[in-house]
Ligand binder design. Structure first.
Ligand code: FAD
Ligand code: NAD
Length: 475
């Protein structure tokens, strides 16, 4: 039975734990999927490499009102796909080769493993691995509704839909979250007829209600959006297409949609259930996450298990790569400095939805801020249009908004929500301010804001927020 100083389940964010500290020690890296994990192979990176060309195609629509008559002669799906995976597959292969062949102190196990005891793993081929320290970085996977037809070859998840042999003529997108919003934009932008069907009444409903409402309307202006319908089944038609059937949530009419490809984007679950967490006695949350404390130590009966850590989608509810990366840095430190353990700070985690329009958010929604406000604390909010700034005029923008939520008396920023061009860039000064504890007045009046950059919409939102301005505030 091989024994290691460190065993890691998952070659996504887990791969970054193999620092020079381990050069003179023995490390096992176990991954039953594609080397490099979700973000690299089927997640953040390839999706954004599809989003960008889809966005370029969309500029044709935006240019006309500005007096620039562009014509879209077509998009080349196979060229786009091959550019994306030509780059990504090579990175995954090189990473795999490095770990498998070039590092004497690392053993790569390319199979699924589960715990049989807190520091013992059993792989599918029967190899038993013990280690002084084990890190679980096993990620999450897509879940599909339990209805007939989900096994049809036309039905895809984000794992497979980017490798299609050709651009489908008709795409049905199921769901109203991040993945659905991004892929509806990709396929619409590249030229497919897209129908997005969501069970609830708004898209991106975890977002601030104002943003969610505005995004639902904006998406409906681009592709067909059907709300309040739950899938009941998918059946194959004789011509290679499928028909998906939906029941209305209320007394409304049922719906059926014919499509060549169905993308199911109805959420992801942590891979905890396939890890033998029960055999090891680890705590599992109601949402299926492996329970960890602030130091990323896996818990058993509420107490940390010596030497066992977890990070990323398997153990946090964010399911975001920048959170997994941060947690990996904390775990790497804690493995290397057992006497000086550090905590993960998750207080101001931003996220962006790379759809059209783009969305970015950090902190509380207005509803959450009002519900959570301490007695006597007044919460204020503002919605500032991109179109109220000079750059917004240049763009002839009619959709973009910055929404801010803050405490009136202290000016403390509680939440920021942006929809529109490069929302993911515009939000970053607000993320920085919230992380550093900079109040709205100081952020608005301290630094210079470049004129007439689009960032002025953030400056103007801060200035119109309605927080109290101290007498000695910068002018
Ligand atoms: C379509 C899509 C787009 C996304 N876009 C973004 C984005 O733009 N920005 C963002 O921040 N996040 C995005 N995410 C989320 C992001 O990809 C994840 O949060 C991140 O990859 C999680 O990293 P991880 O290390 O926790 O897990 P992963 O990268 O999933 O790694 C887990 C690895 O563990 C392996 N594994 C699992 N169980 C076992 C086992 N029992 N034995 C052996 N191996 C096992 C798997 O094969 C996998 O390789 C996206 C996700 C998807 C699906
Ligand atoms: N840009 C990014 O950062 C990015 C991009 C993609 C994915 N991600 C991460 O991946 C995670 C998973 O993405 P996702 O879009 O699959 O999940 P999600 O949780 O964002 O959305 C799931 C959607 O599916 C719907 N749904 C759930 N069960 C359903 C059912 N049975 N029938 C119909 N609809 C159903 C939900 O109402 C919701 O609209 C996200 O939470 C996010 O953290 C991030």
């Amino acid at each position: 039975m091989p024994h290691y100083d460190l065993a890691i389940i998952g070659s996504g964010s887990g791969n970054s734990l193999i620092t020079p500290h381990w050069d003179d020690k023995r490390v096992a890296l176990v991954d039953g999927g594609t080397f490099g994990g979700t973000c690299l192979n089927v997640g953040c990176i390839p999706t954004k490499m599809f989003v960008y060309p889809a966005r370029l195609a969309g500029t044709v629509r935006e240019a006309g009102p500005l007096g620039v008559d562009l014509e879209l002669r077509g998009t080349r799906w196979t060229d786009i796909r091959d550019r994306v995976f030509g780059r990504i597959d090579a990175i995954s292969a090189a990473g795999r080769r490095y770990r498998a062949d070039e590092l004497d102190h690392v053993d790569l196990y390319e199979e699924h493993a589960r715990f049989t005891a807190p520091r013992t793993l059993l792989t599918d081929s029967g190899a038993e691995i013990t280690a002084d320290r084990i890190v679980v970085a096993a990620g999450s996977r897509a879940v599909l509704p339990d209805v007939p037809g989900m096994g049809l070859p036309q039905v895809h998840t984000s794992d497979t839909v980017m490798r299609l042999p050709e651009l489908p003529r008709r795409v049905l997108v199921l769901g109203g979250g991040f993945i659905a919003a991004e892929f509806a934009h990709v396929f619409h932008g590249l030229g497919s007829d897209v129908v997005q069907v969501n069970r609830s009444a708004r898209l991106l409903r975890q977002h601030d209600a104002e943003i969610s409402r505005r995004f639902t309307e904006a998406a409906g202006r681009r592709w067909r959006v059907e709300l309040g319908h739950a899938i009941t089944g998918i059946s194959a038609n004789g011509d290679g297409s499928v028909t998906a059937s939906f029941a209305a949530n209320d007394a409304g009419r049922p719906l059926s949609v014919v499509a060549d490809v169905v993308l199911v984007a109805t959420g992801r679950v942590p891979n905890t259930d396939r890890l033998g967490a029960g055999a090891a006695g680890f705590d599992v949350g109601d949402d299926g996450t492996l329970c960890v404390d602030d130091y990323q130590r896996v818990l058993s009966g509420g107490a940390p298990v010596d030497g066992v850590y977890a990070l990323g989608d398997v153990s946090n509810e964010f399911q975001l790569k920048h959170v997994a990366n941060r947690e990996a840095r904390v775990v790497a430190h804690n493995l290397e400095h057992p006497g000086a353990q550090r905590r993960t700070d998750r207080s101001h985690v931003p996220a962006a939805v790379f759809s059209d329009p783009q969305i970015a958010a950090v902190g509380l929604t207005e509803t959450q801020a009002r519900e959570r406000a301490a007695p006597g604390v007044d919460v204020v909010s503002v919605v500032q249009d991109y179109g109220s700034t000079a750059y917004g005029w240049a763009m002839e923008d009619t959709e973009g908004v910055v929404k801010l939520v803050a405490e009136r008396a202290s000016g403390k920023l509680l939440g920021a929500h942006i929809m529109g061009h490069e929302a993911s860039l515009l939000i970053q000064p607000l993320v920085q301010a919230m992380a550093a504890g900079t109040d709205a007045v100081t952020l608005a009046r301290g630094p210079y804001w470049i004129h007439p950059a689009l960032a002025e919409v953030v400056e103007n939102a801060l200035l119109s927020l309605g927080v109290d301005v101290p007498a000695d505030a910068p002018l």
